[in-house]
Write a protein of this length. Sequence first.
Length: 454
Amino acid sequence: MQDVGLHKGLNAFHLWGIAVGLVISGEYFGWSYGWANAGTLGFLITTAVVAAMYIAFIFSFTELTTAIPQAGGPFAYSRRAFGPLGGCIAGYATLIEFVFAPPAIALAIGAYLNVQYPGLDPKHAALGAYLVFMTLNIVGVQIAATFELFVTILAVIELLVFMGVVAPAFDMANFTAHGWAGEDGFGVAAIGGMFAAIPFAIWFFLAIEGVAMAAEEAKDPKRTIPVAYITGVLTLTALAFGVMLFAGGVGDWRTLSNLNDPLPQAMKAVVGTSSGWLHMLVWLGLFGLVASFHGIIMGYSRQIFALARAGFLPASLARVHPRFRTPHIATLAGGVVGIVAIYSDSLVTIAGQSLTASIVTMAVFGALVMYGMSMASLFRLRRCEPDLARPYRAPFYPVAPAFALAVASVCFVALVVYNPLIFVIFLAVMALAVAASLLARQSPEAVADGGAPV
């Protein structure tokens, strides 16, 4: 039988880099569309609630990750708590989140490079990004994680530079002007806008849970994972509010609410088009996209690997490279899906949205299902396996996980209301994937609890 063990080479600093890097592109683009739905004040409230949910979720999720440190992450926890069906639901929801997010980020990388090099086709640039970063992920987890840490640090520094440069022009009156959706202040329209803006607030934090998929490759996961998760979510929360407040306070925020590059445009209003600060932001801003893109490739490859190793996907997807000890087939398989999505983007629309915009919404659906399953698994395992070794125990239990579960449920319902067609597609994909996996499952006795022992 082939050895399917992964190489253990990641320390707490690597894991912090993965946690922040997975998400940090959300601080650079995407979130400002929340202003268009809710206004600055409405979106501030939505973001505060979502941030509180993520903090409660991560503090609770860390208990699962340290108790069951396996590459399957939520798949492993839900399988242990609810059996094969629960594992399938959580596993495929996570897979949808992590496979469908990279094409959107790759196209953003391509669009950015197209601005600098107009002759370069954004889709070809996106393809190039996939090829480069799939290769980097395959050649070794420690190399990949070190690169992730490097670009994440650069991306964080660049966000701090942005806030420092625009700070002298900040005026709270600019941020609060026209701050609610509709014309009636905090009324029905404002509340509706706040619910509609939920996906864009989630974009600030989406995919931080991907650190769980690197648990088998961590040194001393019972110690390093809590440090990485808690410092990571606090880092991202501070950056999210800092970026949003400073960008909205330098002028008329409405000019930024439908743009993919709100930070350069906000800085341009302060320092002008010829400033070296602006050119530095534009160039280094690419590191935020690269950090998330590279980190999510690492995440989806481990989720595919874990599902295949447990017999829910073809066994070939669980192969580990004999030299690099990385899941190379799983990395390539997820990349094929992403590349097909990239080249289908202009050919397919769903509910009036581009394919990429639609699959981003699909990714959020997957994330919210996974959050719910993970918190439900925490409650069930606390009750059914009270003697399970828990090196880290969730603080404020059961209040914190219950709060995370409740807010995730409200967000999910709001997403369904505002995206009914995409929800039907998501539900159909999930149902087909789960049914096919349970019917065709291979070697059910091969691996217990969603992964190999670590």
